[in-house]
Write a protein that binds this ligand. Structure first.
Ligand code: PLP
Length: 396
């Protein structure tokens, strides 16, 4: 008899963003003329930068000529793409060999697929509040999950808890949903903890391009000792507006091995078996992000999102609402005012201010009294949202 993966039945039935969409639709059905200010889902709103668009166009033209036409790409990434990522890491003095860099169709795919490298019999540590895909991918893989709560007292970036034994550890910095970042010193503690236990850190660097504080690491590989215990998963989605274009990269150092097995070679085997790479056109567009011109242009877009953050942070400060994030990340994680729970605040903001945000409860139990606002929205809508937040919560 066929046996389905019964772990699927352990997943929570409704997905956070689906619930938000349902509640928002119920509101707009009754108020069809309402202008909603969408600060909920973390999707970008600005177009790809010029340098990327030119590279994409030129790659399309390459495909039109016999001399420049490209068929299958190498499964782990084209040399020109790997070299572009390599030079990006070099800017922060991180040396990677081309063989340690793998192209991907984005971080989501990798966060799920990477679990192929691990046996089912592993314990996973997930710091909460957490990006929901970490939990779901590990439920599907049948791993034991330990939730490590974080809160405002540890700036949502806790130190390792020596009493917990874990095999796989998820770290996300800058963090979704909290916008928190791990300092060099905290990351060094996690690297030490992982090496001592032969654990592996999966470091999600999807938001690294938003870091502005010099002392915050962009990559786990800025930390000594990380090459023997970490895998880094990154993405151009938020860095360069690739959410709909799809491209990312994963770094697996040659030194990373457990039980005599090298994770890098295993991943080569996984990619060459399960994928046929990422298209030539996309890799050309993605490589353009890492040129000097590309970096300067994506920075301008990131500055626009950061200007949204400043407006919201100022409104929250005027209302005396505590928050985290906004500075090195495109998310603001605020404490629900007036003792509200996060879904109550969701309804209040929707009904009284037509603002759509994300209830913290969707990111784990310890998010129940928090709320996430995304800074990827339209600039004038965000400014209007700030005004409405002030009107709702500022004491007279
Ligand atoms: N990791 C985190 C923390 C995210 O917030 C997201 C998307 O929002 C992803 C990964 C997935 O990004 P991608 O678009 O590359 O799949």
């Amino acid at each position: 008899m066929i046996k389905p993966n019964t772990h699927y039945s352990e997943l929570k039935s409704s997905y956070l963003f689906y619930n938000i969409a349902q509640k928002t639709k119920a509101y707009t059905d009754i108020h069809p003329d309402a202008h909603l200010l969408r600060l909920g889902i973390g999707d970008v709103t600005l177009p790809l930068c010029d340098t990327v668009i030119k590279a994409l166009h030129s790659a399309v033209d390459d495909q039109a000529q016999k001399e420049t036409f490209q068929g299958y790409m190498p499964e782990c990434g084209a040399d020109f793409f790997k070299q572009a990522v390599q030079s990006y890491y070099k800017r922060r003095s991180v040396s990677l060999s081309e063989d340690e860099i793998f192209v991907s169709s984005g971080a989501s795919d990798e966060l799920g697929d990477i679990l192929d490298l691990f046996d089912d019999d592993n314990t996973v540590l997930i710091i909460e509040p957490a990006y929901p895909a970490y939990v779901d991918a590990n439920i599907i893989a049948g791993h034991r999950i330990i939730h490590l709560p974080s809160d405002i007292s540890d700036d949502f970036a806790p130190y390792p808890d020596e009493s917990i034994d874990a095999d796989i550890i998820y770290l996300c910095s800058p963090n979704n949903p909290t916008g928190a970042t791990f300092t060099k010193e905290k990351l060094a503690q996690w690297v030490k903890y992982a090496n001592e236990r032969s654990a592996v850190i999966i470091f999600d660097a999807a938001y690294e391009a938003f870091i502005e504080d010099e002392e915050i690491p962009h990559s786990i590989f800025e930390i000594d000792g990380s090459r023997t215990c970490a895998i880094e998963i990154s993405s151009l989605s938020k860095t360069a507006g690739f959410t709909g274009t799809r491209c990312g990269y994963t770094v697996i150092p040659m030194e990373l091995e457990r039980a005599g097995m090298k994770f890098n070679s295993m991943w080569v085997r996984s990619r060459t078996t399960k994928t046929n790479g990422v298209s030539y056109i996309l890799q050309r567009g993605a490589a353009a992000v890492f040129t000097d011109e590309g970096i300067a242009q994506i920075k301008k877009n990131i500055e626009i999102y950061k200007s949204n953050a400043k407006v919201i942070m100022s409104a929250l400060e005027k209302c005396g609402i505590r928050y985290c994030g906004g500075k090195n990340a495109p998310y603001i994680w605020l404490e629900c005012p007036d003792d509200l729970e996060s879904w109550e605040l969701f309804s209040l903001l929707l009904e009284k201010a037509q603002i759509v945000g994300t209830p913290g409860a969707g990111f784990g139990k310890c998010g129940e009294r928090y709320f996430r606002l995304s800074m990827f929205g339209d600039v004038s809508d965000t400014a209007e949202a700030a005004r409405r937040i002030e009107a709702l919560f500022k004491a007279e």
